[in-house]
Structure formats: C-alpha cells, structure tokens
Design a protein around this ligand. Sequence first.
Ligand SMILES: Cc1ncc(COP(=O)(O)O)c(C=O)c1O
Length: 377
Amino acid sequence: MKYISMIPPLAVGDIIRGRADGARPAIDAGTLPFRYGRDALRVGLDLFGIGTGDEVLVPAVICEVVLDAFSQRGARLGYYGLSDSLAVEVEEIEARIGPETKAIYVNHALGRPMQIKPLRALCNRRGVVLIEDCAHALGGATDDCSVGVLADFSIYSYRKFFALPDGGGLHVQQSARRHTRLPKRAGLPRQVAGAGKLFALGLASSIGLPSAAWRERSKRLALSEVGGAGDLPSAEVQCRMSAISEWLLSRADMNEMVSRRRQNFAYCLDKVRSLASVEPLFKELSSGQVPYSFPVLVDDRDSIVRRAAAEAILLEPTFAPVDRRRKGLINPEERFDSLDAIAGKLLSVPVHQGLSPADLDRVFDVLRHGVNDRSGG
Ligand SMILES: Cc1ncc(COP(=O)(O)O)c(C=O)c1O
C-alpha cells in the first residue's frame, strides 16, 4: 500500500534531469535559505526590531509555530478575524490598527493568494511593517502581483511544496538583505537524518512498504496530527537550509509543481461535487493559485483522519482553533466562533505533484466512507 501524505515523494528521475535552462527557479535571488519558515520569521523579526512589548496583529487562526516566534520575542499579539474562506479583509485589519501597532502579519492560507496591494497601501499610510506568510503559497500570484514581493519581509516553506528534508526562505528588500547574515546549518548528523527520513518517505510513497508496519506508522502520524502534536518543535536556534535541500531545491521544477497541483485541485473540485456532506473551502481555483492542498470541511473530522490513517493516507487537520491561552494576547476574550468552527472541521486533502487521479480516488473513497458512516449511509 502506498503512503499518501502532504509532501511529494522524492522523484529521482526529476532530480537527475534537473531544472531546464532558463526555467523559473524555486528560490529567487532575493530570498535567503533557512531551515524552516519559522527560522526565517525569527530572523525577519530581529531584522525589523520587532520584539518586547511591540503590538502585532495576527490572524486568529494561524499555525502555532508562527505565534511562537512572536511570543519568544515578547511581542503582544492582537488577533483579527478572517472571512469564511480564511481570507484577510483589509477593513477588518484597518479597524484594529492603533498607535501601538508595529506590524501586521498576513497569511495566504492554504495557497489562496490574496490581494496584497491594498494591504501594502494601508501599511504605508499607517507606518506599519507588513509581514507576508507565503508558507502555503509558493509560486502564487494575484492578477498583477506575485505573492511575497511587496511586504517588508515574507517567509516561505519550500519543504511543503517539494520533497526536501527541510527548507524555508526569507525574502527582504535588497537594502535590508545586506544586513542579514545567514546562520550556520544544523550539524551533519541532523542533515543526514533528515535526508534519510525523506528517502524512506519516498520509498513508502512510490513503492509502498509492508502494509502492517506502515499502517501502524501512518496511524501514529495521523493521530499525532489530531492531537495537535504533529509538527516540529519551535526550536529557538536559527539555522540555514541544509546542503542537500539547497541542492535539491536548485534542481526543482516549479512549472511542473504548479501545473500538477492545479490539475489535482481541479480534479478534487470535480470529485467533491458527488459528496454532499463534504464542503470545499474554496469553490473554485483562482488564476494565480498554487494550491497547498484541497481544503474541505467535514463533520467529525477527527474520525475521518483516523480512518484515512488506517489506509496509509495522512489528511492534515491544518489549523487548530483560536489559541486563547497564549501569554501576551491583547484580545484573549474576543470570540471568533466562525473561525473556531472552520478550524474544527477543516481537512487538507493532499494535491501534490506526486499524486495521480487514482491516488486522489483513493483519498475520496475514504472521505466518502467516512461521511456515509456518520450519516448512517
Ligand atoms: C501558515 C504557516 N506559516 C508558517 C509555517 C512555518 O513553516 P515551517 O514549518 O517551514 O517552519 C507553517 C507551518 O508549519 C504554516 O502552516
């Protein structure tokens, strides 16, 4: 049984072939290579002097390691609401900017690119630093603008889009880049262990592994996702991207990644129509969207995650409900009920470039059985 996760398997043929001459690079010349997106974020915060006592507006639903980076530096966080498709709304942010606001953090959630120009204009008007999270949106663009280029700084997480043991990026304007020194890489044993894991994942995803052992492992992984412990810890030490990831990334094929993900997303949009109890978060594929996943909303999400795990499929819950217990929150009592409801129902169906329609059929079979069981069908 082949393992299906959010990350594409290492495709040896693609690596040998490398990137065609003149093809678009995955990491552009203005972006510095870090181990993870969170390392890039911490370095960006230091570069812009964002730390103790500074007020920062962040989405009420966002990955925990992002909040950790701010908390570790002693910033005060104010949550803002998002639309029902987790999009940023300029008026919502504008209404919350006060004299103490130093920065706003915006996220292209699940790869849906948002319009950055109005936010850029707002930040210019109010003298606020704009930080753009492109961890889910590599290669994305709106009509006239690529993600990540207009912010004061932007972060990327390449490891979510390509088969890499690690890989994050920090994009800053040239003047600020000169003041940024890249940290050291993690030690060699760590880098080798990361490459080993990636290789094992590649084998499991392309030829499959003895199913009993593998089912057990994928179940554990998925259950840790349901329990909210699936991600890497927020270590405090910043590292540069590993040598193997930098090399793999330099050979990665952006065009293929973009077009295969878009095709898979369109296939999922078509398939989901036959499942009345599975609601797609995005009703269509926008022109510059490079999907991180095909997000859906389902009742009893966690039991579907467990069912999928038993079939060696990792369906990622993606976001936790609003974290009201974090220290230094400006509005811990404010209710964001619709966001809590979305976070509790959200599932990310993988659409990466290593998946075929037959793989997606397997995922949809699990979804169908999961929702049918629930409705007694
Ligand atoms: C929205 C978002 N931003 C940033 C990050 C951090 O990226 P990384 O895992 O590479 O540190 C993540 C995930 O972990 C994320 O989901």
